[in-house]
Design a protein around this ligand. Sequence first.
Ligand code: ZN
Ligand code: ZN
Length: 254
Amino acid sequence: MEIIALASGSKGNSLYVQSGKTAVLLDAGLSAREIEHRMVEMGVSPSRLNGILVSHEHRDHIRGVGSLARRYNLTVYITERTYRAAERAVGILPKMACIDADTPFEIGEIWFCPFLTSHDAVEPLGFSMTNGRLKVGVATDLGVVTHLVREGMRGSHVAIVESNHDPEMLMEGPYPWDLKQRIKGRTGHLSNLNATDLIDAIYHSDLERVVLAHLSETNNTPEMAWRCLVERASNRFDTGQILIARPDRPVRIL
Ligand SMILES: [Zn+2]
Ligand SMILES: [Zn+2]
């Protein structure tokens, strides 16, 4: 499997996942141009893509979906409710496959298992994906870690987990009161400590790589997110096993 975090954070999210002949984007939240540019920079071709999977309708996850799908004639995998919420932003799609929030499906050689998350979107999803050998779990954009999320992520060899904010930085930072409440609420975003708890809960000896993702550029720093995890789990991971996804440049995960 090849996995690249093309972008991560409130300005845009996109994860490239490839196994054999199958290549998929999980979200496309930068402009189509920027996604193409970052893919080429990492040595993967947009024309190889089979489809785009959409986690939820927030702009930082769908900005490039419509243009990319039309340019490369891609199937967009999306729930019906999320499509209705995103319709105006994504425009007319060449091909669409409606997925269910609780039903696994396959795209080429990769199996996807969606799970519902607690986030302020109409039907937000996390995913695990597997090619039969390796399991990758993705849980970003969620306010709390539910039983469903833990079960969805369990057994992952690669865990990509939101580590959005440091609660103190958030509360003392420049955001207005209601936005602070939204972020730390049950349908907002996970703190560094929440991320560490989730990783702790799903830890097993074959968890090869942990990726901290969707970091706030205002209420967090990569060093703080990293330190929060390392302080709890330093005996479990070599430093090379912990990666931080970036807003400004692609990061190769596998
Ligand atoms: Zn987001
Ligand atoms: Zn979101």
